[in-house]
Design a protein around this ligand. Structure first.
Ligand SMILES: Nc1ncnc2c1ncn2[C@@H]1O[C@H](COP(=O)(O)OP(=O)(O)OP(=O)(O)O)[C@@H](O)[C@H]1O
Length: 479
């Protein structure tokens, strides 16, 4: 996994020297920082992921050669400028156009530090997406780092290559539709349509004609023939969301279609052959619905050939921070200018929160926080999270309850002590070794501690470089 292993600084003078020494004191080791004084020495290959461009005065370095070089976009550039000194309008415009972030002097070193951290996240996301590109081209992007998600990615690969129905289960907002899309994108049907229908959202009287189409005159108002969604999905994949809400009388039609690969339009007599793969999802317990008689058992078995279970977000703690950063970058163009990331308490609380709305809720909270935040770092209040919201986390067993409590205590102490292991261990009355073991066990991040002073910065993002798995290629977007 490629991370931010090098920073290239171009420019000379006191600002540069000061920046280097300040970055070093924040844990960016001096050997990561390569300094170049003149345009002629810019290495064309093997570029680092981040470049700092230190303007000294009228920026003689912003020659067309450098402009071209920056425009190549292999490195993300941050301008460090003394805005008062830049009188030349062309240069001002170039700064806006060429640089992904800029900082004015005197430099707020914490802000610069978090800009670099954000760029490291982007680099991690981008490099892991390129690892995944061999999986196939896809419009969608699934991010996850937890063992559960890695298993899910494997399952998706397996079920994508066969043509049987797949039954996707998971709470609302866990990513069922995204998973269905990923299966489609990984399958040989990828070049054909992917259509999703929410069976619970369509009125009962419309759903049959929406799915199967109708002939002209089939019912009052059917002034023309209508081709239904199933026919429109020819060659591709149909995702039937909330299949548990499909009225009983339509379940038999669906069963016929699954068994014979034929449909009849409403009011039509002809059997029409269709080649469509069906993926179905529900957040209700279909077995119970079968027992109750509201779902046909034969249809249930027909749909339930292959299963994919998506766990709720609260059960994949490692993913929460990775996803939060992922969405932070995705909505980067909507954020208020000064926001550079999450503070430590926010990250800690996000791990403890229950997330009843799962990833959809996470997206909404992060997005809102990015707009509303008045500080450099998103605080729990910006996310609408408070400690009391996290206290309700319920455990499925006594062991889980102990784990949750243990993790909470460890994390709280580390957060209070800015991830200083010695202080936290002393506060908890355990040895450093035991604390390390607990951090390992609960996947509490050690990166900030390992990098020493970085962890002392208010709001340091205590996180390991995320081993993000993208199921498919990056959506075109800011991330
Ligand atoms: N692993 C993931 N990585 C990135 N984004 C995700 C992931 N899982 C879900 N999302 C995003 O979360 C949102 C909700 O996902 P999706 O609509 O697939 O959930 P769902 O389970 O089908 O929800 P519902 O049951 O309410 O229909 C979408 O914006 C989706 O792109």
């Amino acid at each position: 996994m490629k991370t931010l292993d090098n920073i290239l600084i171009i420019g000379k003078g006191a600002i540069k020297e000061k920046t280097i020494s300040q970055l070093s004191s924040l844990g960016w080791s001096p050997h990561q920082i390569e300094c170049i004084r003149a345009a002629t020495k810019i290495p064309k290959d093997d570029l680092p992921l981040v470049g700092l461009f230190v303007f000294e005065s009228q920026a003689p370095y912003l020659s067309s050669e450098i402009e071209n070089f920056i425009n190549e976009g292999k490195t993300r550039w941050i301008a460090i400028i003394d805005i008062k000194l830049i009188k030349n309008n062309d240069i001002r415009q170039s700064v806006g156009r060429l640089f992904c972030a800029f900082h004015v002097t005197p430099i707020d070193i914490n802000r610069l530090h978090f800009t670099l951290e954000s760029l490291r996240d982007i680099a991690d996301l981008a490099s892991s997406s390129s690892c995944q590109s061999e999986v196939g081209k896809s419009e969608c992007q699934m991010v996850g780092n937890s063992p559960i998600m890695k298993e899910l990615f494997k399952t998706i690969h397996k079920v994508a290559v066969v043509d049987a129905p797949v039954f996707i289960q998971g709470e609302s907002g866990t990513g069922k539709e995204l998973t269905a899309r990923a299966i489609h994108d990984e399958s040989s049907r990828a070049g054909h349509p992917f259509n999703a229908v929410n069976c619970g959202a369509l009125p009962t009287n419309l759903i049959q004609s929406e799915l199967f189409g109708h002939e002209k005159g089939a019912f009052t108002g059917a002034s023309q023939r209508k081709i239904g969604i199933i026919e429109n999905t020819e060659g591709g994949t149909l995702f039937l969301d909330e299949i548990g809400d499909l009225p009983l009388e339509l379940q038999v039609n669906l069963l016929r279609f699954l068994e014979n690969h034929t449909i009849q339009r409403v009011g039509g007599l002809k059997e029409i052959e269709v080649d469509v793969r069906v993926l179905a999802a529900t957040h209700v317990d279909l077995e119970k619905a079968v027992e109750k008689g509201s779902f046909r058992e034969d249809l249930y078995h027909r749909l339930n050939v292959l299963q994919v279970r998506i766990p709720p977000l609260r059960m994949r703690g490692e993913d929460i921070e990775v996803l939060a950063h992922h969405f932070f970058h995705q909505f980067a163009n909507e954020k208020s200018l000064q926001v550079t990331g999450f503070n430590k308490e926010s990250l800690a609380l996000m791990r403890l929160y229950e997330w009843p709305g799962n990833i959809r809720e996470l997206i909404n909270r992060v997005r809102r926080a990015m707009i509303m935040c008045d500080h450099h770092l998103i605080r729990p209040t910006d996310l609408g999270l408070e400690r009391r919201h996290c206290a309700s986390r319920h455990a499925e067993s006594l062991e889980e309850a102990r784990d949750i409590a243990e993790r909470g205590v460890v994390l709280a102490s580390l957060t209070r002590n800015s991830f200083n292991i010695q202080h936290a261990a002393r506060e908890l009355g355990i040895s450093r070794v035991t604390l390390y073991r607990l951090m390992e066990k609960h996947k509490v991040n050690r990166a900030s501690e390992a990098q020493g002073p970085k962890g002392k910065v208010e709001g340091g993002t205590p996180r390991e470089a995320p081993n993000v798995l993208h199921l498919s290629s990056l959506k075109k977007g800011p991330s």
